[in-house]
Design a protein around this ligand. Structure first.
Ligand code: KG4
Ligand code: ZN
Length: 351
């Protein structure tokens, strides 16, 4: 039982703890979401997020231990997401993780939250990373959209990322324009199911003929104009979403989703075409947007076309969770503890 890892995740607006075994079996996955606190602002408010983490930390830890049926003194290491994220939110989780590691006398393993999304598909599977690499990685979440070449858990190279909005952010903003709630991704997906995805020819950004970077701001603006009409003098719009029928809104949602998924597929194809060295054997994908059925189908289609296997996390491991943090830690060497225990949170993405 000493091989249990405790994962800690507070990078954005989910407070999460998870107990995972050394071979990545997830014994508990406790998540306290803050969606209700941020809904009225249609986005995450950093100050509110940090305070809510402080309040929810210990009850969520308690829940993770209870669900796993274990005690803190059975934990062999603490894995914490210390980058990238909202600085206040990171400070809460990293400080808690250091205190736990210090008091239990166990190692602290800081991990990159975006990299943790990449390896979430390996949770609760017997798969061995050596059999999957080289792998093409994709993270599509509310804060990140990027492609990676993965050689191992410590050999991860970014091939391209978004130059403006993350795809989850574009889903959320399009949902807000359509008058849906927060977070809008799942609500927009539901609305799109009733729409005609060819009703609007929204732009699929290419960024030249060989770029593996993404851009979703043009798509977001196209949705804004489709819903609200063209801006008039003084930035006033002709109408808002209340002027549209449910059918018209569903058509916009479906057309948005088709363009978004088209952009993902295009850049995946380019990344495979431009791959240096032995071709990728596997597509590993993670992040909240991978919960989307059309996105999952598109990833499966691209991987199939190139004879690659695809591993996608089950829904609870797509959006932010601490199981993926502990899961990645099982693949990493235990760092030198003087350095780990004096680590500062890093708000920005590692490249
Ligand atoms: O990975 P995640 O929980 O947080 C970040 O690390 O950013 O991703 C959250 C994002 C939100 O933008 C949310 O709207 C989006 O994932 N999302 C979805 C779906 N479920 C969550 N987007 C599209 N379709 C979904 N079903
Ligand atoms: Zn995330």
């Amino acid at each position: 039982m000493r091989s249990l890892l405790l994962g800690v995740e507070t990078t954005c607006d989910e407070t999460a703890f998870s107990v995972v075994t050394g071979d990545r079996r997830v014994l508990s996955n406790a998540i306290a979401t803050q969606h209700e606190l941020h809904a009225e602002y249609a986005g995450v408010v950093p100050e509110i997020a940090s305070r809510a983490h402080v309040e929810r930390l210990l009850p969520t830890l308690r829940r993770a231990l209870d669900e796993a049926g274990c005690m803190l003194d059975q934990v062999a290491a603490i894995a914490v997401a210390d980058r990238p994220g909202l600085i206040g939110s990171l400070l809460v989780g990293l400080s808690a993780a250091k205190a736990l590691a210090w008091s239990l006398g166990v190692p602290l393993i800081p991990v990159d939250h975006v990299h943790a999304h990449l390896f979430a598909p390996l949770l609760d599977t017997p798969a061995s990373l050596e059999d999957l690499t080289p792998a093409l990685g994709l993270v599509v979440s509310g804060g990140h959209t990027a492609l990676y070449a993965i050689g191992s858990a410590t050999d991860i190279r970014m091939l391209g990322s978004t130059i403006d909005d993350a795809l989850g952010e574009a889903f959320d903003k399009a949902a807000t324009t359509l008058g849906l709630g927060h977070p809008g991704g799942p609500l927009l997906e539901r609305l799109a199911a009733d729409g005609d995805d060819k009703a609007h020819a929204f732009p699929v950004s290419r960024l030249g003929s060989d770029s593996t970077e993404f851009s979703f701001s043009g798509l977001k603006t196209a949705v804004l104009y489709a819903v609200r009409g063209l801006p008039q003098r003084g930035g006033v719009f002709e109408r808002d979403h209340t002027a549209l029928s449910e059918r018209q809104k569903a058509d916009i949602a479906a057309s948005f989703q088709r363009a978004a998924v088209g952009a993902l597929a295009l850049k995946l194809e380019r990344a495979i075409d431009q791959w240096a060295g032995p071709k990728p054997r596997t597509l590993l994908a993670g992040g909240g947007v991978v919960a989307n059925r059309s996105v999952r189908n598109a990833l499966e289609t691209v991987a199939d076309r190139h004879g690659m296997s695809v591993m996608l996390p089950p829904m609870p491991f797509c959006t932010d969770n601490a199981a993926m943090v502990a899961g990645l830690a099982t693949l990493l060497p235990i760092p030198e503890q003087g350095e780990a225990m004096s680590a500062s949170p890093r708000a920005t993405v590692s490249r």
